[in-house]
Design a protein around this ligand. Structure first.
Ligand SMILES: C[S@@+](CC[C@H](N)C(=O)[O-])C[C@H]1O[C@@H](n2cnc3c(N)ncnc32)[C@H](O)[C@@H]1O
Length: 221
């Protein structure tokens, strides 16, 4: 499988370079709405279960935190937040814009955390850039990092698609996406003891994503 691993690393380079080049096009500063018209208020609406279920000061992980706004910075007003981000430009902006968040420049499929460390994990529009063959193992990791009763909130694929777009957002760089469909994601979560308590379609231009909220089984509630 060696050549597949090399291919996966090459695709990560495409994503890393693509976000380095398109960072400011995707989300200008201070900008309340991103290139795809998702507003800070819309993201805020996706965080409700974290606010309801987690005590202040709980540890929350943001996978593919981008420039740290709107989500990581907002969560850091109440929780202890760690962000993981692949693109150095995104990391630099996040460290400036979300100073209370600990930002790790790393690949979410490689970074290590101790089991049960996090009460919440969020991943918005980021897992859809991870090569699909690496995603089942990534969900294993997420399930392990969450404590019992911990909450996962993520935007994942609505329909299956994998491909590369050239000159993404007019940046000159390419971008790569890879995702399966909503029923497969639901099964992958449930198989790992991540009980889906909410899912809904989030439209975007002519397509859209699936928002999942899941709770790790094994707690008292
Ligand atoms: C579409 S942006 C979304 C950023 C932020 N979550 C938001 O919703 O505004 C996706 C981010 O995920 C990051 N990303 C993609 N693959 C990653 C990986 N394997 N590890 C860490 N970050 C990754 C990208 O660099 C990019 O900043």
């Amino acid at each position: 499988l060696d050549h597949l691993d090399h291919r996966a690393e090459g695709l990560k380079d495409v994503v890393r370079h693509g976000y380095d080049e398109a960072s400011y096009r995707y989300r200008p500063e201070p900008g309340d709405v991103d290139r795809f018209r998702h507003s800070a208020a819309e993201y805020e609406g996706w965080l409700g279960e974290l606010y309801r279920r987690l005590p202040p000061g709980a540890e929350v992980l943001d996978l593919g935190c981008g420039i740290g706004v709107p989500v990581a910075r907002r969560l850091s007003e109440r929780f202890r937040v760690t962000g993981v981000e692949l693109s150095p430009i995104q990391v630099a902006r996040a460290r400036r814009l979300a100073p209370k968040v600990e930002i790790l420049e790393d690949d979410m499929t490689r970074v290590e955390f101790s089991a049960g460390r996090f009460s919440g994990v969020v991943a918005f529009y980021s897992i859809i850039h991870v090569p699909l063959r690496e995603q089942p193992a990534l969900f294993d990791r997420i399930a392990r990092w969450l404590r019992p009763d911990g909450v996962l909130v993520a935007t994942l694929g609505e329909t299956a698609w994998e491909g590369i777009e050239e000159d993404w957002l007019g940046s000159g760089a390419s971008m790569y996406w890879s995702h399966t469909d909503r029923p497969t994601y639901r099964a992958w979560l449930e198989e790992r003891g991540l009980r889906v308590i909410e899912e809904r379609f989030v439209p975007e231009e002519n397509a859209g994503h699936a928002l999942f909220v899941a709770v790790r089984a094994g707690g008292s509630g």
